[in-house]
Structures are given as C-alpha cells and as structure tokens.
Design a protein around this ligand. Structure first.
Ligand code: PGA
Ligand code: ZN
Length: 421
C-alpha cells in the first residue's frame, strides 16, 4: 500500500546535510524520518554516503537522496508498509554490499524508519506501540550527557561523555526534572570555578569546561549532584570513546598527553569506579580489542560494560563479543547498521544473551524522535540522548514524557535499567 516515497536533503544539529524521507500509504498513512550522524564513528559502521563535492564542504547527500528517489522508490511502491522486514531486505538486496556502501545507509535507514512510521500512522498507532505491541511498557532511564569532551567539545578532556543516570526517580518525567535541575546546578558549579566562558556547551548539549583531568570532571559532577540534592538518586555513566585516543602505531592510549598501556587504563577505570558512583562504562577500550573488553568486563564485575564502536549494532560483531565475553551491554544506534529490522535483531540478540541494551542518539542529531519510541517499544530500560538542552536532544526526552503519559501502566526502569523485566 505504499503510494509515494520522497527524499530530500535537510540539515542536522551541526549544520551538516542529512537525508529526510517521507512515505505515504494509499490509506493516508504518513511517515517522515531524518537520519542522524556521528563524529566519533566506529570503523565498522554502515556507510554514510556523502557526495564529496564542493557544496557543504563535501558532505552533501544528494547521491543518497537520488538513490531513494530513483532506485529504492520504484521497487517499494505498492508494497504493504507493514512488511518492514521484507522491505528492509529488498533495500539490502538492492544495495548488495556488506556495509550498505552502494545506496548509502543514510538513504536506506531514512526509508526504513519512514516506512515504519507510515505503517503506524496507517494503523492509527503510536510508533512505540506499532513496533512493540501491547508488551511495551518500560520507560527507560535516561543517560544524560552533561559534560562533553573528546570529539564533541573544544576542550582537552580525553573521555567523550560524562553522564548522569537518575535511577532513583519514580518516572521518566521526574527523572528528566532531576537531571535538568542537576544540569543547571552544574552550570553554576562550572561558572564559579572557571568563569563565564567555561559554560559553553558541546555537540550533545553538555558543558565543555577547560578541564583535562578525568577526576576533576567527575568532581564537578559530584558537586552538582550533591548540591542539587540527588546524591542517593543519581549515578554516573561514562563513554570514553577510547578508539579516539588510541594510538594504533604505539599500541597505547594517550591520556592527558601520556601513553598508557591497556592494563594501566583498566587500572584507572578500577580506581575511578571505586572513587565515584559509576555504574556504566562505554567503549572503555578501542574498537578492535575484544580480548581487552572481555578482561575488563570480568575484572570490573557489577559494572555495565557497553559496546558501541566495537559492536556497531551489528549482529555479527555482537556475536563475536558474546562468544568471548566482551562487554555486557549493546549500544544501539540505528544508523550504525542502517535498517530498523536489523537494529531490532541486534537488540534481541543482546537480550537473549543477558546483555543490556542502551538505545542511543548520535552527536549529529535532528528533531526526529524515533529512538524515544524505539527504547519504549523494545523495553530496553536505557536511553542516551544527550543533555536536557538543545532541541535535537530535548525532542527525545519530551517524546518520552508524552509516551509515559499515554501508557496506562508505565514502569520506570530505575535501578533495574540493565534488565528491566
Ligand atoms: P557519535 O558519538 O555519535 O559522535 O559517534 C556518540 C557515542 O560515541 O556514543
Ligand atoms: Zn559511544
């Protein structure tokens, strides 16, 4: 029943072009989706097709747009929009590469998500209910990135994300309020310590003070949480994005300008999880180090060890991780793999093997709120989508509050964020 598909070039939160697709069904169902874009991307992610022409500094996506309008659209017209998996497979076969490099994962994902939204609209169902059915009821704990470093900020902090998790809240609405209050308190803490120009924010809306020491950053978080009055309700999560400060030639990590071995870095993690209320570490080691990931997962028992660049939402890489015990949670980014059905497959593979799942935004985001619905649909219990500031981040949190209000018996994952059911 797909009646029309139309792609166009729009811009993301960094002002870079990205793909938007609209899908219309014969029954009047309408879906629109916009694709996000990362900065600290994993080597094994599906390909984001860029024009490499002078316009937009080479980042134009007119090729991807054209691939939707002239190659994908003619194949999908007339298809039942509810046949998500078949539609995703047709696009993968049209592309016929391992990494969606021919048509572009940005082209394919935009269609995949817009089809789901059109089907949901056609059935007069909210997206989370269309994807998850009557079993979707868990509201995820937000991982709010309130302090930015790495590739996302103009400071010298090596670790990329310092996040707060309000596990002691009773609802998503309360969780968001607690984080917002803490975020504003953090701004004052930073203002008092480093002055006004230190309160500018990074790509994901978190502050980016002129700090290069990890403990100094964690102390700021501690002070903000304490001052806001949430000491026993908010815990911390870190995303080191370690591939970004790993020196391949030396085989070492460069932290504060000094080379560190894998063992030394693991020791640092051990120390800081003892000194601070940290419950989750993401990409603590670089993306090819399955062995190191297995070691740190074993040695830091009790800590959630999330794989982002190492798994890239890819079931093959996740399988490899599961086999060796690398990590115990999957970071789920729909544009790392390029279709909705493959993203769901990755989440299911994770759940079945006792891994947690964190649905995630990208550092380059848009007003598209699909991931909020996806986190509820799959009962993941966790979502990371930036600070409680900047529209492309707050749009997801606001969508979660709408969903929570709409659900008859929502359950906030809280302390059980890793296995909420
Ligand atoms: P990215 O960062 O979107 O720039 O890849 C997010 C993350 O590393 O989790
Ligand atoms: Zn990450």
């Amino acid at each position: 029943d797909i009646y029309d598909i139309k792609a166009r070039e729009v811009i993301d939160s960094r002002g870079n072009p990205t793909v938007e697709v609209e899908v219309l069904t014969v029954g009047g169902g309408y879906g629109r989706a916009i694709v996000p874009s990362g900065a600290s991307t994993g080597t094994h992610e599906a390909v984001e097709l860029r024009d490499k022409e002078p316009r937009f500094g080479g980042k134009g996506v007119l090729l991807a747009v054209d691939n939707v309008n002239s190659i994908i659209k003619p194949e999908l017209i007339g298809y039942d929009s509810r046949m998500q998996r078949e539609i995703d497979i047709i696009m993968r076969e049209l592309d016929n590469t391992e990494n969606k490099g021919k048509l572009g994962a940005n082209a394919i994902l935009a269609v995949s998500l817009a089809v789901a939204k059109a089907a949901a609209d056609n059935a007069s169902l909210p997206l989370y209910k269309y994807i998850g059915g009557c079993n979707s009821y868990v509201m995820p704990v937000p991982m709010m990135n309130v302090l930015n470093g790495g590739e996302h900020a103009g400071n010298e902090l090596d670790f990329q994300e310092f996040m707060i998790m309000p596990i002691g809240a009773d609802s998503v609405a309360e969780a968001i309020r607690m984080c917002s209050e803490t975020y504003h308190t953090l701004k004052n803490v930073i203002l008092n310590k480093y002055g006004k120009d230190a309160t500018n924010v990074g790509d994901e809306g978190g502050f980016a003070p002129p700090v290069n020491d990890i403990r100094e950053a964690l102390d700021l978080l501690n002070e903000a949480v304490k001052t806001a009055g949430y000491e026993d309700k908010i815990v911390f999560a870190l995303d080191s994005a370690a591939s970004e400060f790993y020196d391949k030639e030396k085989g070492k990590y460069i932290v504060k300008g000094k080379a560190m071995t894998t063992d030394e870095l693991i020791s640092l993690y051990k120390e800081i999880v003892n000194e601070y209320p940290i419950v989750s570490l993401e990409d603590p080691l670089h993306e090819e180090d399955f062995k190191g990931f297995a070691t740190i997962t074993k040695e830091l028992k009790g800590i959630q060890m999330v794989g982002d660049d190492i798994f890239v939402t890819n079931t093959e890489r996740l399988k490899k991780g599961i086999e060796v015990g690398a990590g115990n949670a999957l970071l789920l980014k729909v544009n790392q793999i390029g279709t909705l059905s493959e993203s769901i497959d990755a989440a299911n593979l994770a759940f079945r093997n006792g891994y947690g799942v964190v649905v995630s935004h990208r550092s380059g985001e848009t007003e598209d709120t699909t991931i909020a619905d996806l986190a509820v649909a799959l009962n993941t219990g966790q979502i990371k989508t930036g600070a409680p500031a900047r529209g492309e981040r707050t749009s997801k949190y606001n969508q979660l509050m709408r969903i929570e209000e709409e659900l008859g018996y929502p359950k906030y994952a809280g302390k059980n964020f890793r296995c909420p059911f």
